[in-house]
Design a protein around this ligand. Sequence first.
Ligand code: GLN
Length: 200
Amino acid sequence: MPTIGVLALQGDVREHLHALAACGVPTLSVRRPEELEQVEALVIPGGESTTMWKLARTFDLLDPLRKRIEAGMPAYGSCAGMIMLADRVLDGIEGQETIGGIDMSVRRNAFGRQVDSFEGRVVMDGAPYDAVFIRAPWVESIGEGVEVLGRVETGDAAGRIVAVRQGRVMATAFHPELTGDSRVHRYFVDLVRRSIDEEA
Ligand code: GLN
C-alpha cells in the first residue's frame, strides 16, 4: 500500500490525514524534502496559498515538489491546494508562485467577498455532491489535456469548473476533507493505486 503524504506547511492538514486514514491508506505529514522522498503521492490541503507558497520557499520545498510532480507523482489539492497545483493564478499577490502541474488558470477568492463560505451543490463525476467552499477559487480556463470532474450546479456561479484532473494531478476548489463524504479521497486513492500499477 503506498504512503500518501499531506503537505503540512499550513492549512487543514489534520482533516486530510483523517480522510485518507478512513480510506485505509498509510499517511505522512510532509514538511521537509526528506519526508517528500518517503511518499508515493501527495495531498495539498486547504488554507492560504500565499502563506503556503512563502513557507514552501523557506523550507526549500518548492523545487523538490515541482520535480516530483513533473516526474509523475500523483497529487491532489483542495482549495488553496488547487491554487498551488495551477500553472497560472489570477488575483494572486505580487510575485505569487505555484508548484503547478495542471494546465489551468485559477482565480483566487473567485466567489466574491460577500460569500466567504457556503455550501453548494456540485455535479462531481456525474453525481450530485454537496460541497463546502471557503474563500474558494474557481477554474477560469483549462488547457486541452485537462478533464473537468466537477461544476457548480446552481446559483450565480452555475457552470463554473470546480474540480479537474490532468493525468495524475487533480484538484477541487471545495473541501471534501471537511464534510465526511469520502468520494473525492477515494477517487484520489484509486488514481494513486492505478499509477503505481502502471509503473510495476
Ligand atoms: N483564498 C485562499 C487562498 O488564496 C484559499 C482558501 C481555502 O483554502 N479555503 O489560498
